[in-house]
Write a protein that binds this ligand. Sequence first.
Ligand code: GLU
Ligand code: MG
Length: 464
Amino acid sequence: MEALTLDERHHRADRASVVAAELSARDIVAVAITWIDTSGIARVKAVPIQRFSHAAAWGVGASPVFDAFLVDDSILTDHFAGGPVGDLRLYPDLDRVTVLAALPGWAWAPGDRYTQNGTPHPRDPRLLLRRLVDEVRAEGWQVRTAIEFEWSVSRADPHNPDRFEPATTGPAYGMARVSELAGYLGDLVTALRDSEVTVEQIHPEYERGQFELSVAAGDPVYAADTAVLVREVIRAVGPAHGVRAAFGSMPAADAVGNGGHVHLSLWRHGVNQMYGGTGPFGLTAAGEGFAAGILDHLPALLALGCPTVASYLRLRPRSWAGAFRCWGLENREAALRYVTGSEGERERAANVEVKAFDAAANPYLALAGLLAAGRSGLRTGAVLPEPVAEDPGRMDEPTRSARGIDPLPTTLAAAVTAFESDDELRAAFGAELVDTIAGVRRGEIALFADAGPEQITAASRWRY
Ligand code: GLU
Ligand code: MG
């Protein structure tokens, strides 16, 4: 990626003036420009609308120290990103400026961080994802993706703000839960529509207070931005209904966790490679290679998609979280679930779903990892092992190992070790970013070294 030129800056200023005038006409007074830090938290700098054009051309100051922030806002001081010196510039993406319908007066734009010289910041996850999308496209492929989002709704308790008290009592997937929170859910669907999010489905999940939202698939940068936007809209709608949303991997120690499952399909010249081929269940060779690349790198990818200590309380057998490294047609206990959709729409709809990833993941890092892994399988023509058509958690250990089904890492430490020794991911991410991610993960492991499940979930459920 090239440095920003003066011409580009002028062009950005002009475009941003037009956007700002449109926003002002809709009573917007400020724009929140977000980036997601290494730990998965949305951080923000905001500008009043009068300053938006300047921000688009010259960026807004943001310290590189945020790369070294941990989930509790402490900072890795011994890391090169952790010092007080230096500054970056955060630029709003003018193609994704969106009115935040649930926050009156506010608009939102995802930001990209550059150095003061106008060169891309080497540790910026959104720029990394954009670069990988461009590289994959240059090789002739497109990836369409969507992140399916689960969150837990708690009653807000001003006297005890850290407490989690599920806001529904009705049965799992029960219509009763929709009735209990009909006002909240209705306002949420309205706010998402007014923030240009294409909702495909919303429903109560298994755990009390838990809901799920599916959105339309698109380009990976679009999908990651949408995941950020969805989270902020959900967060914003709660207070008027006396509820609060928990996006942590686990809302409570004894709960079923919040997945952030990633659906992916690979396309070439407008044709979906996940169906219509001669491979298993109709996969094409390219689709199979892409899926196999993801499966191969999954232990390392967990450092991105299951990024918190709490993630490993979620990633257990028999919770539909995909705790085993295997794949299968519509198998909800396989880390990689192959989804074909209905006869008649498979050409369009077939995809693979990474079940193991959770809601706390930085979506840019998670999708960048999946793209890099999928691309490596595509390049080498990787093939999938035998599909698994039963619950791997109910097989005995000798049967599992005879079939090559490994449990995924059961701790964040094990995932980080796999991540650091993954040459493919290191080449795609760059040594500096790998080191920063591993440093932040280890910092969080140290933070919770003496904590039990209750403390881990209490300290992380409200943070994302
Ligand atoms: N809540 C489950 C998880 O932790 C997923 C349930 C489902 O299959 O949608 O991923
Ligand atoms: Mg679900």
